[in-house]
Design a protein around this ligand. Structure first.
Ligand SMILES: [Zn+2]
Length: 149
């Protein structure tokens, strides 16, 4: 039921954490030492997303999956992650995770419940914003693919 790729997101890219979790990807938010971050990523088999060039260089040198992201723009970043690692930009209610604590959510009809932090979610007005951002991400992905072809 869970998505395969796991991520570790650098503190500067915090807004991405929420989106990857909504899309169902196990995502840790890192706010600490770079060296430790690399260690955790290696141990837990996580792809590093960072805006730190030094981290990108180090990870590449050591054969660790990494993606350097310079823009804070969410659709742009999601499109680049999808292009590089093949993640899905489709929301799947059976695989979504808690944006706050990363635990897989249990669904009942159009509601979701987090067994970890107790938060409840449902399709409300914020949903329009979510689907708009994901559509934008998919559009950018198509543009990126065209550039490559
Ligand atoms: Zn939670």
């Amino acid at each position: 039921m869970t998505r395969e790729e796991r991520f570790l997101v650098d503190s500067m890219l915090g807004s991405l954490v929420t989106w990857l979790r909504i899309l169902g990807y196990d995502t840790e938010y890192w706010k600490g030492d770079d060296r430790e971050m690399l260690e955790v990523a290696r141990k837990e088999g996580r792809i590093i997303l960072t805006n730190d060039r030094e981290v990108v260089r180090f990870a590449e040198k050591n054969g660790m999956p990494v993606l350097g992201l310079t823009s804070p723009d969410v659709p742009e970043a999601l499109a680049k992650i999808a292009l590089t690692f093949g993640i899905s930009l489709e929301f799947d209610g059976r695989r979504t995770r808690c944006p706050l604590c990363n635990a897989p959510l249990q669904s009942s009809g159009s509601r979701w419940y987090c067994g970890e932090c107790g938060k409840e979610y449902w399709i409300g007005s914020h949903w329009i914003d979510i689907s708009r951002k994901l559509s934008e991400a998919k559009r950018r992905l198509m543009e990126l693919r065209d550039c490559r072809a």
